[in-house]
Design a protein around this ligand. Structure first.
Ligand SMILES: Cc1ncc(COP(=O)(O)O)c(C=O)c1O
Length: 390
């Protein structure tokens, strides 16, 4: 299985165009964070080539403590928190452990395209994809809950805030879903990697902040969507107490451990991010960039209103283009790279024919960029869109 999304993001990175494709922030790190990284680098440079076990354990402890502080999660989750190389590795292990337990799965689409590819590697799993969003991108929670109650999937996977829609579950919605999953005996796997991107200052609940007795759950989060730093990243798995030991064993198969050096770097980064409220800095930048993008409607390109996250969707229907066509034209003529949001849609076309419209006409742009980069990109898109509109 290949990820067309990853391939396209790579193509954008290799071309000399403005990169609004990759989902990772590409912004100057604020001084406090850059200094924290520098201090930690100086410290790890003094370590012996192979750090002692005690040093490794201390780094793990420091990292998890700082992570729980940054995400405002209770310290009691410490023992059920696992460190992985990346968000994709966290998801891979969550899916592998879930596959050993159960076969009939429900996947909430649109969904990060790597999740279906990872599921396809599990021979026994029978996934059903459903799209519980209304045509204008709002949750249709009633539909999702009814589906869980009727078909009682063994595992359900979803992403909130959603990539690429930006739809975020409210406290009540998450509570309702968790209760439905518990009552149906469904293991809930939730990817909340966009949690810290909250440009419109709504309340975004993290799964473990709600206590639903008897629910089996797995939460994944990673550093890439919040800190960028592109190739330098970590992933995390949090789990209910019945699953944490199984996940730990499963992780042992693919990694002895993440390096103590990486752990110290990220612990210092998390600490500086919390002390300076870096998530707010980044979220404010995303909000500002989203407001700038709205001016595109004057040339027939309509910008979605996400609830959270760091993306916006451009609807190119009025230009008479499909999303893949618009993606190619903006890449070659405007020299702006963006991705086709259709890559995130997995669904049964017979059951949900209306999803096709959303799938075929939306391009995703990343908003976690310097304001000047977004302004430059918009100007280029505006010129090309105006030419197409004639
Ligand atoms: C929703 C979602 N989850 C997980 C990941 C994987 O992140 P990582 O780059 O840490 O593997 C991505 C990457 O884009 C993502 O969009």
């Amino acid at each position: 299985m290949r990820s067309r999304l990853t391939e396209f993001e790579r193509r954008i990175r290799r071309s000399r165009v403005i990169d609004l494709g990759a989902g990772y922030p590409d912004v100057r790190l604020p001084r406090a964070l850059a200094e924290a990284l520098e201090r930690a680098s100086v410290e790890v440079a003094k370590w012996p080539f192979t750090p002692s076990v005690a040093r490794g354990e201390a780094a793990t402890d420091y990292l998890i403590t700082e992570l729980l502080n940054l995400l405002r999660l209770p310290a009691s989750l410490h023992a059920a928190t696992l460190v992985t190389f990346s968000g994709s590795v966290a998801l891979d292990r969550a899916i592998t452990v879930s596959a050993h337990l159960h076969d009939h799965w429900l996947i909430v689409s649109p969904v990060f395209d790597v999740i279906p590819s990872l599921i396809a590697e599990q021979p026994w799993v029978r996934p059903t994809y459903i799209n519980p969003f209304t045509a204008n991108g709002a949750w249709d929670l009633g539909r999702l809950v009814a589906y869980i109650r009727e078909s009682r999937p063994k595992v359900m996977i979803m992403v909130s805030p959603s990539n690429p829609l930006g739809a975020s579950l409210s406290v009540l919605e998450l509570q309702t879903l968790m209760t439905s999953c518990r009552d149906a005996g469904t293991l809930l796997v939730l990817d909340q990697c966009l949690y810290a991107l909250n440009p419109f200052e709504i309340h975004i609940p993290l799964l473990p902040s709600l206590d639903i007795e008897g629910l089996s759950w797995i939460l994944t989060w990673d550093t890439a969507k919040t800190f960028g730093l592109n190739d330098e990243k970590l992933g995390f798995i949090f789990a209910s107490s019945d699953l944490a030991p199984k996940l730990r064993e499963s992780l042992d198969i693919i990694q002895i451990d993440v390096s103590a050096r990486s752990k110290l770097l990220f612990a210092e980064l998390f600490r500086a991010a919390r002390l300076t409220d870096y998530p707010k800095y980044l979220s404010d930048l995303v909000a500002r960039n989203w407001h700038t993008c709205r001016s595109l409607s004057s040339v027939g390109v309509h910008v979605s209103t996400p609830q959270a996250g760091s993306f916006a969707l451009l609807d190119v229907t009025e230009l008479g283009l499909s999303a893949p066509q618009a993606q190619e034209i903006f890449m070659s003529s405007a020299e702006v790279g963006m991705v086709d949001a259709g890559e995130f849609y997995f669904w049964d076309p017979l059951r949900e024919p209306w999803v096709a419209r959303a799938r075929d006409s939306l391009c995703r742009i990343a908003l976690a960029r310097e304001a000047a980069t977004i302004e430059d990109a918009l100007e280029r898109i505006r010129v090309v869109a105006a030419e197409i509109a004639g």
